[in-house]
Design a protein around this ligand. Structure first.
Ligand code: B12
Ligand code: SF4
Length: 439
């Protein structure tokens, strides 16, 4: 009998959550590795979509959710706090249908969603009290000690599956027995276990050569690593051809890095396939790397959502971040995209709020600038991410961020900064909405 594993995408606890092409990509790689090691895998996605809310134009939508008690530190926020995903009884009932399970794996994403992981572990433990349980993913990589303190018997995996050393150093538990020898991290076969809500994920590279002060990319992936083209295309063909996904989201940190060697040849192949699908890039792209040939290829390949990482054009903040894009660079990038045929409402620029000493008036100015470019303004409220320089800087002012992941919540943290409160955050949100209605 092959060993059996249960892989769970946990609940998310937050004020808001919208399914803009969300997938637990790390768990898909884990399933691929488990299958390579002859495991028979059960996959449970707690994040059930509310089908009635699906958008026909881009397959985004809401998740099923339940209002829950707000943690006391959030009491000043006049918003509901929710648990996103299937009701607890549904998960328990599902778990009870399973045969003997040898090992359980649970993922994690944002650090401030860790209470959702905690709730998932408790629910799973009520049905499987002694089965070995491993938790991995971005949040535990960034903050391994938080769950370990609550669940000393759970194995916390703070490494990468692609690194054999991380697996071999992971104690004596089930991970140590997994072998990556001969493993091709190819998700096309794993997709048979995914229930798609009209959209699918694709990642063409890991890591990023830049080092923005607010971003953990360098900590999570030491260097930029493109994936083999034939595997990406195999996954793309599976998503579109086999699973009839009309919307594909790209998860790369640095999609345009070395585009001549990597993205452009890939897009050539995608264009040749002539699929009638839309491609979305929810992460900010590097505006400085948008060139006419790239913009034309993105257009021809069916890209419909383009996001540019602008953050702030103000000198004081540019120096403190990584000077990704100034106003001139943004103007040139938007002109290039528009010349290639993109409309203003297909392009968005991320404007960051919550940088040290930044005031609402500056954020409003940045938004006005983006509006004048004729593209959507996408405000991003700073989330302090462990193992980043800006996180370290903020620990002087807010030592709580070291041990309490709830402090990292993008809705909460900014309201604690001098000059900001929940009202000013709402003003920024409303202002962006107003500007966007004119695009
Ligand atoms: C794609 C992405 C998004 C996407 C979608 C994410 C999704 N899952 O659906 C979008 C654009 C929606 C997004 C949004 C945001 N994001 Co984001 N995002 C990412 C990004 C670039 C990649 C994540 C990913 O899929 N990587 C690829 C997979 C393969 O890697 P992985 O999950 O780590 O998995 C590996 C291992 O961890 C392991 N593994 C994974 N799971 C498990 C489980 C087990 C059991 C085991 C053993 C192993 C294992 O296996 C994999 C291979 O080694 C990361 C940065 C990064 N480089 O990781 C930021 C990142 C996670 N995001 C971040 C932030 C700040 C945000 C936003 C808050 C930004 C904002 N202020 O608006 C929003 C909020 C999201 C929301 N919905 O409210 C932060 C984290 C913040 C935090 N405090 O935790 C990150 C780290 C970027 C950063 N700034 O440093 N994001
Ligand atoms: S914010 Fe973007 S450009 Fe900066 S380090 Fe992170 S992934 Fe790279």
């Amino acid at each position: 009998m092959p060993p059996t594993a249960l892989v769970i995408n946990p609940w998310i606890t937050d004020f808001k959550l919208y399914d803009e092409w969300m997938h637990p990509l790390g768990l898909y790689f884990l399933i691929s590795l488990l299958r390579h090691n002859d495991y028979s895998v059960y996959y449970c996605n707690c994040l059930t979509r509310d089908d009635a809310t699906a958008s026909h134009s881009d397959a985004t939508g809401r998740f099923v959710s339940t209002k829950i008690i707000k943690p006391s530190i959030y009491k000043a926020a006049h918003r509901y706090y929710k648990c996103f995903g299937m009701p607890e009884e549904q998960l328990t009932a599902y778990l009870k249908t399973l045969p003997g399970i040898d090992v359980i794996f649970i993922g994690s994403a944002m650090t401030y969603w860790l209470p959702g992981v905690e709730k998932t572990i408790r629910t799973v433990r009520a049905v499987f009290p002694t089965t070995p349980l491993v938790v991995g993913g971005t949040a535990v990589r960034l903050m391994p000690e938080y769950l370990q303190r609550i669940f000393p018997e759970v194995q916390i995996f703070s490494g990468s599956l692609f690194n054999p050393q991380d697996l071999s150093l992971s104690g004596t538990g089930p991970l140590r027995q997994l072998s990556i020898a001969g493993w091709t991290p190819d998700l096309s076969a794993v997709f048979s276990q995914v229930k798609f809500a009209g959209h699918g994920p694709l990642i063409t590279s890991f890591g990023c050569p830049y080092a923005c002060s607010y971003c953990a990319s360098k900590f999570l992936f030491k260097r930029f690593l493109p994936r083999p083209q034939e595997i990406i295309l195999k996954e793309f063909d599976a998503l579109v051809g086999q699973y009839h996904v009309d919307h594909v989201a790209l998860y790369d940190d640095a999609l345009l890095h070395k585009a001549d060697e990597h993205l452009l040849p890939l897009l050539d192949n995608i264009i040749r396939r002539n699929y009638k699908i839309s491609i979305h890039v929810p992460n900010g792209m590097h505006a400085a790397l948008i060139a006419p040939a790239i913009a034309r290829a993105l257009r021809a390949a069916g890209f419909k959502t383009i996001r540019l990482g602008y953050e702030s054009g103000a000198d004081i903040h540019k120096k403190r971040t990584c000077n990704k894009a100034d106003k001139e660079v943004m103007r040139a990038a938007v002109a290039c995209l528009k010349n290639a045929g993109f409309k203003g409402d297909e392009i968005g620029a991320y404007v960051m709020a919550g940088l040290p000493e930044q005031m609402l008036s500056e954020v409003i100015e940045e938004m006005d600038f983006v509006y004048r470019l004729g593209v959507f303004t996408k405000p991003v409220f700073f989330s302090p991410v462990p193992n980043t320089p800006l996180f370290n800087e903020y620990t002087q002012q807010f030592p709580q961020i070291i041990s309490d992941p709830l402090w990292h919540n993008d809705t909460f943290f900014i309201a604690q900064l001098p000059g900001w409160d929940y009202e000013s955050v709402q003003k920024a949100r409303d202002y962006a909405k107003l500007l966007n209605s004119g695009i």
